[in-house]
Write a protein that binds this ligand. Structure first.
Ligand code: ZN
Length: 240
């Protein structure tokens, strides 16, 4: 396994893993956890909102099918520890603070590594220009703002992006917020203009306007875009 090879390269042993913390349940974030747990005997921790999809991957596959699901996820694992907003984990010299940051998924968490002033944000902060994936866009905005209010961050470790340092940490959060507002304005505009489109046609128009390939209008993205309709009373998402 690539993860174990890397750990060995650092001079440590995979058996030393005592706990795996999952930021959320999506396949690309839990894929190897069953194998890691088997090999190391570690415990697994996550937010209650993600528990059912981690403990029963077939349920997740039925509720949220994605291509190649079974080649990404090795199998289900039991959650040994439920994490909540405000929990502080003392792991040897490391102190990790848990922030509940829903939106992308209902039980998404972010982790603040106090000693390094580093924030692990999973999929909470969208990258400008990326494909929109979230369940509740207003919750996403609130979660990013909550992370934005943490003072003195030096490092941001967020999925699909290189580590960001210094001022870039907050810039990435601001860009993520602006991107959500931009998508919101396009969704509301297109929804106001046309009433006879199928969901797929509607999504394709929005993606085209966003400069994204309309080919990606799959059910997951359509669901994310529809999340904006639930927030259509808010002209400016960032003021909620
Ligand atoms: Zn995700």
């Amino acid at each position: 396994m690539v993860i174990f090879d890397y750990i060995k390269k650092t001079g440590r042993a995979p058996e030393e893993i005592s706990q795996v913390i999952l930021t959320h349940s999506h396949p690309d974030h839990i894929g190897a956890v069953q194998a890691i747990k088997k090999a190391s005997g570690c415990t697994v921790a996550a937010h209650l909102g993600e528990k059912s999809w981690i403990e029963d991957i077939e349920q997740q596959h039925r509720d949220r099918p994605i291509p190649n699901f079974h080649s990404i996820v090795g199998g289900s694992v039991n959650i040994d520890k439920i994490l909540e907003d405000g929990d502080v984990l003392e792991l040897g010299d490391i102190r990790l603070e848990v922030f509940h940051t829903p939106g992308h998924s209902k039980g998404s968490i972010s982790l603040l590594l106090h000693e390094d002033k580093a924030l692990l944000a999973g999929d909470v902060i969208p990258l400008a220009g990326s494909i929109p994936i979230y369940e509740d866009v207003l919750a996403s905005v609130r979660s990013i703002k909550k992370l934005r209010s943490i003072e003195g961050l030096d490092v941001l470790l967020t999925s699909w992006d290189n580590p960001r340092k210094g001022n870039e940490v907050y810039r990435m959060m601001d860009e993520g917020l602006s991107y959500l507002q931009r998508i919101h304005e396009i969704v509301i505009k297109i929804s106001g203009e046309t009433t006879t489109l199928t969901s797929e046609e509607w999504s394709k128009q929005i993606l085209t306007e966003l400069g994204l390939p309309p080919i990606v209008a799959n059910p997951l993205i359509i669901k994310s875009l529809k999340a904006h309709l639930k927030a259509r009373d808010h002209q400016n998402l960032l003021q909620n």
